[in-house]
Ligand binder design. Structure first.
Ligand SMILES: *Cc1c(COP(=O)(O)O)cnc(C)c1O
Length: 380
């Protein structure tokens, strides 16, 4: 029998349309499924930073004692540090509990039922989930064969209800940057152009397009400490906004949303940038080595990446992602596997430590056609 309330009150109709966001599998779930103990697993499926937070962050979190007090809602100290880091004044900066939460907030501030956003798949799917939650729609304008934006197609897809044009740069999962002239052309539409720069610190343009924010009333840049700074578990992100948008976001945001630990970790990170950049540099070097390892497999076609991950297409008709998965998982390695219209037979590997690349190379060397079927049979 249904609980009483659900027969009287229904959820909003758009909630029925939400496909749940599927994140990379957790260590716990993978361990349970495969029987391999957690401490032997190598997690290369969520673009996390294998070096973790820098030591001064851990020390500061341990030294702090006033966790009983609410955080500073204005995040004065962190916004000051971010102003120095980004070169933009504090009034442009809004913090959040991870940049995902900033997507949630920004979308709710702009999207009414019946509005739409433009997205360029393959890309991050959270943009779609949150749009649906708002009762709005996604107009998909697929990327070209080289995964670049099709600017002409975006311009002709605009409708009067289009509020946001969402770009991810470097794009997850393809790894390429959006060209600055494309961003400028799209800004001319007057729609809010959102550039998600969660991985920009690993790219050849680590400052991204932040410097354009004061120039345009409709450019938003989203950033995160999750990837380059290794703080994914603490949930701390920020955005660079035109002042008018920043003030609406602050009004709409829940008080004390950004927790004290996130503040401390971000401030310490920005106070020891040399140490963080050194690790980012190691990951960039390892990315090039990982690319060689993937390219050396006759059945894989990796795509050059500016993020801390590499996407690869399976280019051998005899081998499926499931065959690769069977071999890789037997080594306790977690990767991301995609199987949907824009990403058929594609996998994504997070750049890990050198020993992670070595072990992955061994697992990939053992991939054989039909392996998935055989291991299913033996398990059954
Ligand atoms: C990882 C990621 C983020 C970061 O989200 P947080 O909430 O800050 O951890 C944002 N956008 C994209 C495309 C990502 O892949």
């Amino acid at each position: 029998m249904q609980p009483y309330a659900s027969r009287v009150v229904q959820v909003r109709p758009e909630i029925e349309r939400i496909a749940p966001y599927v994140p990379g599998e957790s260590l716990e779930a993978f361990s349970q499924r495969t029987g391999i103990p957690i401490d032997r697993l190598i997690k290369l499926n969520s673009n996390e930073n294998p070096y973790g937070p820098i030591p001064p962050v851990l020390a500061a979190l341990g030294r702090y004692v006033s966790y009983n007090n609410y955080p500073d809602t204005d995040s004065t100290a962190l916004r000051r540090a971010l102003a120095e880091f980004t070169g933009l004044a504090e009034r442009y900066i809004v913090l959040s509990h991870g940049s995902n939460e900033l997507i949630n907030l920004l979308w709710h501030v702009f999207l009414s039922v019946g509005d739409n956003i433009i997205c360029c798949p393959p890309t991050f799917t959270l943009y779609t989930t949150v749009t649906t939650l708002c009762g709005a729609y996604v107009i998909e304008v697929p990327r070209t064969e080289s995964y670049d934006l099709d600017v002409e197609a975006i311009l002709s897809a605009l409708t009067p209800e289009t509020k946001l044009i969402v770009l991810c740069s470097p794009n997850n999962p393809t790894g390429n940057l959006v060209a600055q002239e494309d961003i400028r052309r799209l800004l001319e539409t007057g729609r809010i152009v959102v550039v998600d720069e969660a991985y920009v610190e690993f790219s050849q343009q680590p400052r991204g397009v932040a410097h354009l924010v004061p120039e345009y009333p409709n450019l938003v840049v989203l950033r995160s400490f999750s990837k380059w700074a290794g703080l994914a578990g603490l949930r701390i992100g920020y955005g660079l906004f035109p002042e008018w948008i920043a003030s609406y976001l602050r009004r709409a945001q829940c008080p004390f949303e950004v927790n004290v630990a996130g503040h401390i970790a971000a401030i310490e990170t920005l106070a020891h940038l040399d140490c963080v950049w050194e690790r980012v540099q190691l990951l960039i070097q390892e990315r090039e080595r990982l690319f060689q390892v993937l390219a050396a497999q006759p059945y894989l076609a990796p795509v050059p990446s500016q993020g801390n991950f590499i996407m690869a297409r399976v280019c051998d008709e005899e081998i499926t992602v499931e065959d690769i998965r069977a071999s890789v998982e037997s080594y306790g390695i977690l990767l991301r596997y995609f199987q949907h219209p824009y990403l058929q037979n594609v996998l994504r590997v997070t750049v890990g430590l050198p020993e992670h690349t070595d072990l992955l190379a061994r697992a990939l060397a053992e991939v054989r056609p039909g392996r998935a079927k055989r291991s299913t049979n033996s398990a059954g």
